[in-house]
Design a protein around this ligand. Structure first.
Ligand SMILES: C[S@@+](CC[C@H](N)C(=O)[O-])C[C@H]1O[C@@H](n2cnc3c(N)ncnc32)[C@H](O)[C@@H]1O
Length: 206
């Protein structure tokens, strides 16, 4: 299998990424979002495509001392940048593809794909891999804090490696997750953002 061209692309922009983000606004927005998602304080939360660690940092502010973050990114340079700024023993960092996670079965309570879903070549395969590492009843969120049209417009004008990366309508992502065996509980998008929430069957509330 040939190397994913997004690895070199995201390695190449990792050192500049935070300069393009309004971190002062993003932190509180992510923190409020985690409350709205119902993230439990003691959970083990998988941050898929963690980038420079901004969601991981928000998670650490939200979780109790018993909570854990498992942060995964295909770009080793993104992970290096994240490790340099987010220093907390509750995080485990992994340079890995979301399709083949170096994690045990049923090892995470929740998975959050924040600003990464359009970059998956095979989102159904990722959904199945996330179901493997989620506990029965564990939640998966596909989340963006920008509207879909804006995200797709940015990708269309970006480097070749991501130019074809398209975020589908929330309903289409919900249907994909349902076909992958999840129970979808919410799928919505508007001018503020995009959120699809689904649950792996089993566990409490099955
Ligand atoms: C648009 S950036 C967003 C980063 C971070 N979630 C944030 O919002 O700041 C997308 C990230 O997903 C990562 N990524 C892309 N494809 C991936 C894959 N197949 N597995 C894991 N990470 C991936 C990229 O390396 C990049 O860091």
């Amino acid at each position: 299998m040939s190397a994913n061209p997004r690895i070199a692309f995201f390695d190449g922009i990792a050192d500049r990424w935070d300069g393009w983000v309004d971190l002062g606004a993003l932190g509180p927005r992510l923190a409020a979002g985690l409350v709205a998602l119902g993230v439990g304080r003691d959970e083990a939360v998988l941050d898929v495509g963690c980038g420079t660690g901004n969601l991981s940092a928000a998670l650490l502010g939200h979780l109790s001392p018993r909570g854990r973050v498992v942060a995964v990114d295909i770009s080793a340079r993104m992970i290096e940048v994240a490790r340099g700024k987010v220093r907390d023993a509750r995080v485990a960092w992994h340079a890995a593809d979301a399709r083949a996670l170096p994690l045990g079965d049923a090892s995470c309570d929740r998975a959050i794909c924040y600003s990464v879903w359009p970059h998956f070549d095979d989102p159904a395969a990722v959904a199945r891999e996330l179901a493997r590492v989620l506990v029965p009843g564990g939640r998966l969120h596909v989340w963006h804090t920008d509207p879909r049209e804006r995200i797709n417009g940015i990708h269309a004008g970006a480097g070749e490696a991501v130019r074809g990366d398209v975020l589908p309508p929330a309903d289409a992502t919900a249907a994909l997750l349902a076909r992958a065996g999840y129970v979808v509980s919410a799928a919505a998008e508007d001018g503020e953002g995009y959120l699809v929430t689904a649950r792996k069957p089993g566990g409490q509330g099955a």
